[in-house]
Design a protein around this ligand. Structure first.
Ligand SMILES: NC(=O)c1ccc[n+]([C@@H]2O[C@H](COP(=O)([O-])OP(=O)(O)OC[C@H]3O[C@@H](n4cnc5c(N)ncnc54)[C@H](O)[C@@H]3O)[C@@H](O)[C@H]2O)c1
Length: 367
């Protein structure tokens, strides 16, 4: 077993320790045993994750008085109100109390749902995040944002409810399909551009091992990305300002996901294209050293993203205009200024975006 790194996120509700590394779940067994001793424990997981890794989690739960597995649909379908309602009902009929324990065991969708369910149940019960995807380990499980979707918008209903602890065991990532690793690594790259030239260089030096999903190689990269997120979230826990930097690549990325019906590109892949475009905008504005822009483009190129599907410039502009109307503060762009430094640009004229976007859609890797 390799060394486990323990990080800590200070937030308005207290402190959340975050344990990262290959074998972190086994290493946390004594802490977990004390937390669940004599309690009713609810484990929220999709069938697939339980089949793959359920045994490993079960081994840590022997001290609980009662254990209930609450099965949820896979992926985004878990983040629905009817699923949350079913969980609350099952928890109540199984004797759930204010001091019961809840465990999120799955990807970001399971973590978002479980945090929301735990945050509302009897006005808030403690929950543990055991993220099983790379994206959830480096991003979704950290920072206290929880929520579900509404037909009118993703993540529109939710609350800040921080977990008691996060256990990011990189051994659990061994069963993830390669595109899920790539998508999660894009979030790691995002943190490198945002706040850590060292992390960016680590990706440049070892991308192939990381893309291969090696748990030992992934552990320090996951820890560094989480530390980057912690630094930002501690300064702006409720996203009043600086935390919006975490949306690097999301302005165009979200428009691409919407235009392509959330099917052709995974979230991290859309963010990768969005980050390339933000880099191009920064370069065109004379705000970014071309050498740095080349390094960002070169590294994203090595991710071997699926080709950008044909999408009309007009459609993207319209979706971004709709997003802009939906926010009282307008549409913002996160633009890199260097490695480890980005800025929030409140508004960029549509004509400027259009001029950059047309050639970008033809060839995202040139310019
Ligand atoms: N709360 C936040 O701050 C935050 C931040 C970023 C993203 N998110 C949310 O996270 C969600 C996306 O998370 P995601 O990318 O983890 O997707 P996901 O939860 O949908 O999981 C992706 C797929 O991986 C499978 N899976 C999970 N663990 C596995 C494992 N170890 N081996 C094999 N397969 C496994 C799942 O069953 C699912 O099919 C979105 O809903 C997004 O809104 C939240």
């Amino acid at each position: 077993m390799s060394a486990i790194t323990t990080l800590s996120l200070r937030h308005p509700q207290g402190d959340t320790p975050i344990h990262v590394g290959a074998g972190a779940l086994a290493a946390c067994r004594p802490d977990l045993a004390a937390w669940i001793e004599g309690r009713t424990v609810f484990i929220v997981a999709p069938a697939r994750v339980r089949e793959l890794h359920g045994e490993q989690l079960e081994e840590t739960l022997a001290a609980a008085a009662h254990r209930h597995c609450l099965e949820v649909p896979d992926g985004e379908e878990a983040k629905e109100l009817r699923v949350a309602e079913r969980l609350w009902a099952e928890m109540l009929t199984s004797g759930g109390k204010r001091d019961s324990r809840v465990i999120a065991f799955g990807g970001g969708s399971v973590g978002d749902l479980t945090g929301f369910v735990a945050g509302c149940f009897l006005r808030g019960v403690e929950f543990l995040q055991v993220p099983t995807t790379l994206l959830a380990q480096v991003d979704a499980a950290v920072g206290g944002k929880t929520g579900i979707n509404q037909p009118a918008g993703k993540n529109t209903i939710g609350l800040f409810h921080h977990p008691w602890k996060v256990v990011a065991d990189t051994e659990l990532l061994g069963t993830l399909p390669a595109p899920e690793i790539r998508s999660g690594l894009m979030e790691v790259l995002k943190m490198g551009i945002l706040s850590s030239p060292k992390l960016f260089t680590r990706l440049e030096d070892g991308l192939e091992d990381l893309l291969a999903g090696d748990p030992q190689a992934l552990a320090p990269a996951v820890a560094a990305a989480i530390q980057g997120k912690i630094d930002i979230v501690e300064r702006d826990p409720t996203e009043k300002g600086e935390r919006r930097l975490l949306n690097l690549g999301h302005t165009l990325g979200h428009a691409l996901e919407t235009a392509l019906g959330y099917r052709a590109l995974r979230h991290g892949e859309a963010v990768a294209y969005g980050t390339l475009f933000a880099t191009r905008l920064a370069l065109r504005r004379g705000q970014l050293d071309p050498v740095i822009a080349d390094r960002i483009g070169g590294l994203i190129g090595r991710f071997r993203l699926p080709e950008l599907p044909a999408v009309a410039t007009r459609d993207l502009i319209e979706i971004m205009a709709r997003d802009k109307k939906a926010r009282e503060s307008g549409l913002s762009w996160i633009l890199p200024r260097g490695l480890g430094e980005c800025e929030i640009v409140a508004d960029i004229a549509e004509s400027e975006v259009l001029q950059a976007l047309e050639p970008f859609l033809t060839d995202p890797f040139v310019g």
